[in-house]
Ligand binder design. Sequence first.
Ligand code: ZN
Ligand code: ZN
Ligand code: ZN
Length: 391
Amino acid sequence: MERQPIFSSGGAHYGIANPGYVPAAEGAAAMFAPPVAASQGPSAPPASMFDNMPGYEGTVVGGEGGFLPPPMPAYPVPQPHPGPEQPHWNIPSISEDTARDAFVLYASSKCCYSSSPAKDGVITAMEAFNTYRYRLETFTESRSTEWRHEPYNGQPVDAYSQQPPGPWDIPAQTPTFFVDGKQNIKVPYTSSVKPCHSCVGIGRKPCKHCAGAGNKVCWVCNGSGYRHGSDQCHHCNGRGRENCNFCHGQGSSQCEECKGKQQLLVYINLTVKWTNNSDAYVVEQSSGLKVENLSKVSGKELFRDTQYMVYPVMGFPDPAVMQASQRFVTDHQGKYCKTSRILQQRQTIELIPVTKVTYTWKGNSHLYFVYGNEFKVNADNYPATCCCTIM
Ligand SMILES: [Zn+2]
Ligand SMILES: [Zn+2]
Ligand SMILES: [Zn+2]
């Protein structure tokens, strides 16, 4: 029976398999479907190892399994509500002392800068260019399945005792909202025991270092048994061969796949993944400070709205913020509904303080910016960037 990877997003599909090393033990080999082609890795399990599980027909082996789209909700989706009404807010302004202190700190953090302009410069103007940052976070859950196997140590075996529950019906742990996380779950009623495909149920494989012989050509005499004419080789006592160190002369070693257990527990693994998808928009300000600088600082939070699904921000003084909100909400809800289940959304508006400071030093006018709650400073044209030459 042919299996098609319905939800495959990459990873190997084991319709064709190579059971790898096949020893002469015909009795054990007879339990397996004959090898088809040698295109897969040496430990690729044969397709016959995986039973047909109702509801999981698209499940493949290896890598991240394909994502499973969530089912249509059985109950009406709650409608988003407009966020809380905004009170009036004041633009906080920083004092000259704060601006100067931040500047001195900035200059001293640069090993070669002279602190003289920061300390002795005279502030002539301070202008506020405060701006807004809108951020939308969409917290999603996605689910994917894949066939897995592990050495059999007596784990419960439950395949076919009941119909497996659907991938979205299996309870997962309660996630912490807006924090990325992951959980692996064995899908109930899919576990069965199969002989190990890699060693054909023997538990051991021929040693790679001696090709199963247990010994190899003596490296001292190169197999002749003699050194310097007729002197017997002391390393191999004239045998011409020495014991293999890797298998201690046994010619075989424990099978890595089943760890010598001869059998594997084969099951469908469900991966549940929680992802916080975040997008931010900063309103352009005309101070001359590049917007990229603002991604590293925080602002004063003016608005916060957390719901199952948020409604775009309304009635905010800056239309650019409302447009960004409209765009992000439509984009997120369209994009993330397809591959995952949206669990929660959060939107915030921050006011990021930006102050442009003009000052004079040694008769020339210069400027710098103080921005963010952290009072970060940007001074691209600091007048004394090398203290060694300016003095
Ligand atoms: Zn030798
Ligand atoms: Zn060996
Ligand atoms: Zn094995």
